[in-house]
Design a binder for this molecule. Structure first.
Ligand SMILES: [Zn+2]
Length: 230
């Protein structure tokens, strides 16, 4: 036996063959290991990719949902605004004879025209954006605007009682009833000229101030001149 082994070892060809075989085996084995590692890495990469896609998918889904909600909200607001415009007309007509007023709340929704020259927002109380506005007041302001042929700037329209207190307004102020407006002095017109026009179109209460005039539809005549007193 020993002799055989020795003779094999002594036989160089066989020895090389065996060595070559082991080398070959080793190379294949290593290669296989490397491939397996690469496969594992690929698998991990794919898994990460899958997670990433899932994640972005969710984000896209949320963005899509937000977009849908915003579109819905916009259409609701559009309907609401149309509805309000419609209601305003009806309420405006209904209460006109009773010289009453209509009332609206909600910011932004007041930003629409209620007559040829005026937007409801011009009359809202600065604190809460609440508005009470007599159709009669608007009617006379429109007439005044036609007479003057220049923009009328409303310094103060409706005031909530809280806001009136805050700015130390007259405690019985007609502004709290939605029947009064303070008009800023108009370029090229004197306070007296403005008051005359207010008189002509039929305002009940007319007050003269350095900053402009106060007009209202209180139902009885009232005149005052506070120029140089404020
Ligand atoms: Zn006033």
């Amino acid at each position: 036996m020993e002799n055989i082994i020795i003779s094999i070892i002594e036989n160089k060809e066989i020895t090389f063959s065996i060595l070559f075989f082991f080398m070959l085996f080793y190379v294949f084995w290593q290669n296989d290991k490397r491939e397996k590692k690469m496969e594992e890495r690929e698998e991990r990469l794919l898994e990460n990719n899958r997670k990433l896609i899932q994640h972005t998918g969710k984000i896209t889904e949320y963005i899509h949902k937000i977009g849908q909600s915003l579109t819905e909200l916009a259409s609701i607001l559009k309907i609401l605004k149309a509805e309000l415009n419609h209601k305003l007309d009806i309420i405006g007509d209904l209460v006109k004879d009773k010289s009453s007023y209509f009332r609206l709340t909600s910011y932004k929704l007041n930003s629409f025209r209620i007559s040829q020259y005026f937007e409801l927002s011009e009359f809202e109380s600065p604190d809460s954006k609440e508005v009470k506005l007599s159709p009669k007041l608007i009617e006379l302001l429109e007439k005044m605007r036609e007479e003057i042929r220049k923009p009328i700037i409303i310094n103060s329209g409706y005031r909530t009682p809280e806001y009136n207190r805050k700015i130390k307004g007259y405690p019985e102020s007609k502004h709290m009833e939605g029947i009064a407006a303070d008009i800023r002095k108009i370029e090229g017109l004197s306070i007296d000229e403005m008051a005359e026009i207010a008189e002509k179109v039929g305002f009940d209460g007319i007050g003269k101030y350095d900053w402009g005039i106060h007009v209202d539809t209180r139902g009885s005549s009232a005149r005052w001149d506070y120029r140089g007193k404020e």
